[in-house]
Design a protein around this ligand. Sequence first.
Ligand SMILES: NC(=O)c1ccc[n+]([C@@H]2O[C@H](COP(=O)([O-])OP(=O)(O)OC[C@H]3O[C@@H](n4cnc5c(N)ncnc54)[C@H](OP(=O)(O)O)[C@@H]3O)[C@@H](O)[C@H]2O)c1
Length: 256
Amino acid sequence: MTHEERFTLEGLQALVIGGGSGIGRAIAVGLADAGADVHVAGRRPEMLAQSCALIQSHGAESRAFCVDAADLQALEQLRADVIGSVGLPDVLVNAQGVMRLKAAEEYDEADYDRIMDTNAKSVWFASTRFGSAMLERGSGCIIGIASLASFRGFARNGIYCMSKHAVRALTETLASEWAARGVRVNAIAPGFFMTDLNKDSMTDERKQRAMSRIPMGRFGELDELVGAAVFLASPAARYVTGVTLAVDGGFLAAGM
Ligand SMILES: NC(=O)c1ccc[n+]([C@@H]2O[C@H](COP(=O)([O-])OP(=O)(O)OC[C@H]3O[C@@H](n4cnc5c(N)ncnc54)[C@H](OP(=O)(O)O)[C@@H]3O)[C@@H](O)[C@H]2O)c1
């Protein structure tokens, strides 16, 4: 296999849930640059339309699918719509996620349901609904967006941490269950990246505390996540399944 063949996504169809903004959008454009046609899904049509235009400007086909991925029926409809219009994706990226910082004792049931339904339940059902069709075909690649919170606890972010531990757990479980049937399941654990998810909720003090624990001494730039996604989706990773790949400036490696 040549170097180009190892890393090309030429001829592949990708679907990025949460591709309308932030990390999902950056990964969607990066997959397009590597040769895939990339479709995006999320709740806000105007954000999806912007992502589609950006992806198309990079020379790839792109369609938008409006969906609340926390709603199982809507996910079933998404699967039917995607398969009916662009075919079963070769690559599914689950980049949907929400976060709410609160003292543990102040979270209410609505907070719990919103965070767990978006970050854990929707990732499970998107992975298994698209995954079952990939299993029938005998090929596919699923990439979750986990977090440092998949490995550590973070004060005032308890339910998010639970939900992201679940992403890592489902990655390892589905990878083990499907490895011999042609479907690989991996995740990326981004460190700190300033996006709509956290830019308003991270106080200066919280940012400084985070920064002091990052050996590289800075937050990440969205483009720095793209290589990991292209690698995991590409033939170069054909023997890689079940990993949660940290892209974190050394955060998880550091003891102090
Ligand atoms: N930023 C970081 O430092 C960081 C670090 C680690 C992990 N992450 C994870 O990275 C992923 C992307 O987050 P981000 O930082 O890029 O923030 P973001 O820009 O807020 O992205 C979150 C995306 O999820 C989509 N989404 C939320 N709820 C949804 C639902 N019910 N159905 C469908 N789509 C939904 C949003 O689109 P709509 O609102 O239009 O639905 C949005 O595009 C999340 O899973 C997050 O937990 C982020």
